[in-house]
Structures are given as structure tokens and as C-alpha cells.
Design a protein around this ligand. Structure first.
Ligand code: AMP
Length: 170
């Protein structure tokens, strides 16, 4: 199945010059969604993970489904102020200024094997910050998984030596 057929390009969203890669058609199609989750699961079949960590918000959609597929738990990384219990946070660069994300301090036990998931890898800042949080809690990162990678933005260069998996590369 050609998953690219289920990605909608939306020009000038959220601002002029950006081509937004919309995954809504993919998750709305039951066959395409299933294929995407099965393909995301592939790298972790031989070496199972304990937890899938998903990044708000579209990382939750794929991350939760992937966790079920792998028989793993799911942990959310959220925007500031959303998680109710004790958290740690990491800052990352935006085009203008910085933003931050949070994880519960008790979400990961030392040495647990972790797959991190987001819908799309662009400049890599978001996933790099997520990796910082997982590493701070002493999780063992098994892989970083994306539905889409925008290769021309070279996000991989921010992501160290961890295995990176992307279903669709532009
Ligand atoms: P980055 O930190 O630059 O790798 O940006 C990745 C995050 O921003 C992901 O959570 C994506 O959902 C979102 N994102 C960045 N660029 C796009 C794009 N062109 N289309 C859809 N989402 C994007």
C-alpha cells in the first residue's frame, strides 16, 4: 500500500510558506491506519520495548495504537501545564523563541526500553527534547519512529545515534 496517497499537503498552513503534511486522511482510512501501525511496529518486533512514548498531539494517535500493537505501555509527553503530577521539562527552539514539553517524573523506570513516536520529523528539535526527557529518567531509547520525515530539513542530525525509522520520506 502506498501510504503517501493518504497524506494531504496543505499549503500555507499554519503560516505562509509552510506545506503542512496532514495525516487526517491516513488515520481516517481503516486499512491505511492499520498498515501504518504495523509498519511502525516492525522494528520493535524482534527486540520488544516496555513503553511507547508519544509526543502531543499527533504522536498520541500513532503512539497509543503502536503501544497496543506491541503489547507495551504508553507514556505521554505534553505541553507545559497539562500533566497533573510531578514533572520534568525540556526546552526546545522554535523558529522564533522557545517552547517546552513535560513528562511525569515517575513515567519511566531506569533501564526500561523505550520507543519514541511522533507523526513527523522536521528540524528534529521536538524529538531531541523528548529524547532529553527520556534520557533524564534513565530510559533506554530503542528507536525513534515517525510516519513522515522531511529529509531536506536534516532533523536526523539533531538526533544522535539512535535508530530512526520513518514510513514516508520526502
Ligand atoms: P521539528 O521539531 O521541527 O522536527 O517539528 C516536528 C513537529 O512539528 C512535529 O510534532 C510535527 O507534528 C510538527 N510539524 C513540523 N513541520 C510540519 C509539517 N510540515 N507538517 C505537519 N506537521 C509539522
Amino acid at each position: 500500500m502506498d501510504l503517501t496517497a493518504f497524506i494531504r499537503d496543505v499549503p500555507d498552513f499554519p503560516k505562509p510558506g509552510i506545506v503542512f503534511k496532514d495525516i487526517a486522511p491516513l488515520i481516517a482510512d481503516r486499512a491505511a491506519f492499520r498498515v501504518a501501525i504495523e509498519q511502525l511496529a516492525c522494528p520493535y518486533r524482534a527486540a520488544p520495548v516496555d513503553l511507547v512514548v508519544g509526543i502531543e498531539a499527533r504522536g498520541f494517535i500513532f503512539g497509543a495504537a503502536l503501544a497496543l500493537e506491541l503489547g507495551a505501555g504508553f507514556v505521554p509527553i505534553r505541553k507545559p501545564g497539562k500533566l497533573p503530577s510531578a514533572t520534568i521539562s525540556a526546552e526546545y527552539e522554535l523558529e522564533y523563541g522557545t517552547d517546552s514539553m513535560e513528562i511525569h517524573t515517575d513515567a519511566i523506570a531506569e533501564g526500561q526500553k523505550i520507543a519514541l513516536v511522533d507523526d513527523l520529523l522536521a528540524t528534529g528539535g521536538t524529538m531531541a527534547a523528548a529524547c532529553q526527557l527520556v534520557s533524564a529518567l534513565k530510559g533506554e531509547i530503542a528507536g525513534l519512529s515517525f510516519v513522515i520525515e522531511l529529509t531536506f530539513l536534516h532533523g536526523r542530525e539533531k538526533l544522535g545515534d539512535w535508530p530512526i525509522h520513518a514510513l514516508i520520506r520526502y
